[in-house]
Design a protein around this ligand. Structure first.
Ligand code: MN
Length: 340
């Protein structure tokens, strides 16, 4: 980790009365985990710190200590004042201000120095004053771990921050099934266990929390909605607004569904399409060296990681599926050549 950036962060922290931590729209386990870890750490150093997330986050992350203190911008207008008063802003787990939903504009207008900590490819570095932007890592939570350790050694960790970091690493690697080829990640996890976390319990708290309707929605997706495109080694599931409503959709309920489509032998690309109020959300997964973030970025105004990416479409579901098929046709050889 770049020593000059760390020294600059230490200097900025010394001069800052109020610090704000922000995440991307639809915050996931890594966004919430990395933010809460930094929040607990900075509070331990007696800083005045708030975490602002653009919109609500899934219930399976709400057991984490400090989760109740997060300011959800879409429902708490006081976030504007908090951002206005901020002397320093951290931007966690996103690579461009336009990923921050309702926070985008206030962040653009904010005069406070902005520090990016992130692992997404293609960061818009000119939008930030300082950056820890490392793509070869498991998660943003792991980068927050590195920052904390470089600033304070292992005494930086307490159980709350260690749990939050573990949630970020575990969820962003799909429980150590991708982006998990870095030996250092495992040494860091060992430190988290020494700091008192219980990985088995955290796994249960995050993954074994389905509501009955969420599990039935999953069953419906797998038995009724799964479509295999054999020619492209691709599987997709498309869900309309009406179908989501029928299963009493709550935020987070479709999380992980796309991974079931990818779990089929021979399938290398999986896509979940969900109809939202004004758009179709696409969630992409791939096995091995075929990069889905290129498709998300070039064709669906999105982005992400090589094996896990997302994007949006502003035409109908049928048109989106046709567009997807025509794009897959162009990538057909690359998909077939790719190794898992
Ligand atoms: Mn992440």
């Amino acid at each position: 980790m770049d020593k000059t950036v760390i020294n600059k962060i230490i200097e900025l922290l010394d001069d800052s009365g109020h610090i704000v931590i922000t995440t991307h729209h639809n915050p996931d386990g890594d966004a919430i985990g990395s933010s809460l870890a930094l929040y607990h750490y900075l509070r331990k150093l007696d800083h005045n710190v708030s975490v602002i997330v653009p919109n609500d986050f899934p219930d399976f992350l709400k057991w984490m200590n400090g989760a109740g203190n997060l300011v959800i911008a879409e429902r708490s207008p006081e976030y504007r004042q908090l951002l206005k008063n901020a002397d320093l802003v951290f931007c966690l787990d996103y690579n461009a201000l336009n990923r921050a939903g309702v926070l985008t504009k206030p962040l653009e207008e904010s005069k406070a120095p902005k520090i990016l900590i992130d692992h997404h490819p293609h960061p818009e570095l000119e939008q930030f004053d300082y950056a820890i932007s490392i793509i070869e890592t498991s998660s943003t939570a792991e980068l927050v771990y590195d920052l904390m350790i470089s600033m304070s050694g292992t005494t930086a960790l307490d159980k709350d921050s260690a749990e939050a970091i573990y949630v970020g690493i575990m969820t962003d690697t799909g429980s150590f099934s991708f982006a998990c080829d870095y030996a250092d990640t495992y040494s860091k996890v060992a430190e988290l266990v020494r700091a008192g976390i219980n990985p088995g319990q955290i796994h249960r708290l995050v993954y074994d929390t389905y509501s009955e309707s969420r599990l039935r929605l999953l069953g419906y997706c797998l038995s009724e909605k799964l479509t295999i495109l054999t020619a492209f080694d691709t599987a997709y599931i498309a869900l309309s607004k009406e179908e989501l409503a029928r299963f009493n959709y709550q935020i987070g309920d479709t999380e992980g569904v796309v991974n079931y489509a990818l779990s089929i032998k021979g399938i290398k690309v999986a896509v979940l399409l969900t109809e939202r109020s004004k758009k179709i959300r696409l969630s992409f997964r791939s096995k091995g060296n075929f990069a889905v973030n290129d498709i998300a970025r070039e064709h669906f105004a999105g982005g992400g990681h090589k094996n896990a990416a997302g994007g949006d479409s502003f035409v109908s579901m049928d048109e989106t599926i046709e567009k997807l098929k025509s794009i897959l046709l162009k990538y057909k050889d690359a998909i077939q050549r790719s190794t898992i």
